[in-house]
Design a protein around this ligand. Sequence first.
Ligand SMILES: Cc1cc2nc3c(=O)[nH]c(=O)nc-3n(C[C@H](O)[C@H](O)[C@H](O)COP(=O)(O)O)c2cc1C
Length: 367
Amino acid sequence: MQPEPLNVWDYERLAEERLEAGAYGYFAGGAGDERTLRRNVEAYAEWTLRPRMLVDVAETTTATTVLGTDVSMPLLVAPVAFQRVAHADGECGTARAAAAVGTIMCLSTLATTTPADVAAAAPGAPRWFQLYVFRDRGFARSLLDQAADAGFGAVVVTIDTPFLGRRERDLRTGFTIPRELTVPSVAAGGGATGTTPKEMLALIDPSLSWKDVEALAAASAAPVLVKGVLTAEDALLALEHGAAGIVVSNHGGRQLDGVPASLDALPEVVDAVGDRVEVLLDGGIRRGVDVVKALALGARAVLAGRPIVWGLAAGGEAGARHVLELLRDEIQLALALCGCARPDDLTRAQVARAPAPGWTSAGAGLQ
Ligand SMILES: Cc1cc2nc3c(=O)[nH]c(=O)nc-3n(C[C@H](O)[C@H](O)[C@H](O)COP(=O)(O)O)c2cc1C
């Protein structure tokens, strides 16, 4: 009998065993030499925690709000494309898992399930929609209408993907999306199905600019966040052009190899933005203590991508839910041991740069 998975690393190993090599490489891989992919994870080890003692933590909660929406913890589900490649439960399974745990799922434009079907799978749960703006702008409008009709409460525009990053694992394995899986947005957008992620993402408009973000924000009833900000300059432009929130992200190391870890970019974005809009972060979150460090450095909440996919691949909806529960429990314990009864109690004083280089040696999952 397999021992019960105890953490995200265990789930990654299980997922690797269960997935076909091309699919695992697609989910796990990054761009180029994968420096940014590795750095995303390693950056957390370069901060240590400064816990406070003898604070009453008999009653603690991980609950918080993100853009005014109640969530059970400061961790949301990041948009990840093609989830039925990981498991037949796909996006509906992830949506039910997020709903069960009480957090927000962000659905990818490149989902293998329609926004309406995902909404029906977890009615009443908070959900956000990630938008890739396709060359056909009418089509972006129709996607937004579908998302609004299906009760998606915020739109997350991804701004770091004018072209797909060079992902050599996919080139080596020749990974393609299985023909039996439909990607409704791509089919409706006139794109080919049953081909490579690169061909599918060729629908995205590389001429997208801040003016387009401004127009989207003005036209959208739901708040619009921008995902993919890595500099103070772009954070200020996001504010200027109507973004209601910023996601500091390098797309999980899958776009431009050589950019900083999202955690490394977070402080300059937080300093630039102040408390004008909420700043979220994704990339490399594998432990509750990672979440606590990101919050102490000014993130309102984080999103996790691969960890949820590993849960889904290993055990469908139940696996995704277990990963979310494990992370929630880890966040709760980390907060309490830091002397914080709730996420809002964390301050910048609770983290410091790690003292010794030896401290940064890789964690269990990086062997
Ligand atoms: C397999 C895979 C597919 C992804 N698909 C999308 C997508 O469709 N849209 C998007 O904005 N981001 C996408 N992302 C990026 C995630 O939203 C997120 O930024 C990233 O996974 C965070 O890093 P983590 O996996 O280390 O948590 C994808 C990431 C992965 C791993």
